[in-house]
Design a protein around this ligand. Structure first.
Ligand code: PXP
Length: 240
């Protein structure tokens, strides 16, 4: 059965919008674990736009499942990972201007830089996952570089509007799962998955773990909104 990794980055996005200490992604992670999440994912971006170093440090001490640290393959991030010792690292491409991770790693073009990061992390006892598009060459190269796992970027499937496009993207994901499995890699998947599109991917089988963030945080805001307003209404109506 596939596992669920919950990405709590966007709880931190709301906190950072005010620059105060709530909502705390660490509390969200604890609630996710109580609700059955199998792991917690955070992306410590170079620009620290949502998750902060403190969050990763506290999560490391409080998480009871597994901590997946998403990061770019830079010296700074490798140094942080070796200090924090997450249960695994997912290497992702990172551009300052992007709203979110836009595509998978170009493992073929960046093999030297990735090889160095993978080796350093693995020597420090941290398994490494590479976030890649459902592209066989990228998956083969990930295997050659010694990655433990690949995370298949599901964004193109999630964004496809036409049924034929969507089907084509689903087939690419299926072929990527097969290729990863054949090479003995762990196979995760994520990006853009929501309450309407995840089941078709689950039905393909062969995925160890789904990493899902935005749709869960979005739903939490809406399903929790009524209760939050009622609680404030109760306080306001209690005069004197
Ligand atoms: N997996 C990876 C590697 C990601 O970069 C992200 C986005 O941070 C996710 C999964 C989660 O994507 P989403 O927030 O769209 O569920």
């Amino acid at each position: 059965m596939a596992k669920l990794g919950v990405n709590v980055d966007h709880v931190a996005t709301v906190r950072q919008a005010r620059g105060i200490n709530e909502p705390d992604p660490v509390t969200a992670a604890a609630i996710a674990e109580l609700a059955g999440a199998d792991s917690i994912t955070v992306h410590l971006r170079e620009d620290r736009r949502h998750i902060q170093d403190r969050d990763v440090e506290v999560l490391r001490k409080t998480i009871k499942t597994r901590l997946n640290l998403e990061m770019a393959a830079t010296d700074e991030m490798v140094g942080i990972a070796l200090k924090i010792l997450p249960d695994y690292v997912t290497l992702v491409p990172e551009k300052r201007q992007e709203l979110t991770t836009e595509g998978g790693l170009d493992v073929v073009r960046n093999r030297q830089e990735l090889k160095t990061a993978i080796e350093m992390l693995q020597q420090g006892g941290i398994p490494v996952s590479l976030f890649v598009d459902p592209d066989i060459e990228q998956i083969k190269e990930s295997h050659r570089l010694g990655a433990d796992t690949i995370e298949i970027h599901t964004g193109a499937y999630c964004e496809a509007r036409r049924a034929d496009e969507r089907q084509l993207e689903l087939v690419k994901i299926q072929n990527a799962i097969r290729a990863g499995r054949k090479l003995g890699l762990g196979v995760n998947a994520g990006h853009g998955l929501n309450y309407h599109n995840v089941q078709e991917v689950v039905a393909l089988g062969g995925i160890d773990e789904f990493n899902i963030g935005h749709s869960i945080v979005s739903r939490a805001v809406l399903v929790g909104f009524e209760r939050a307003v009622r609680e404030m209404v109760d306080l306001i109506r209690k005069e004197g």
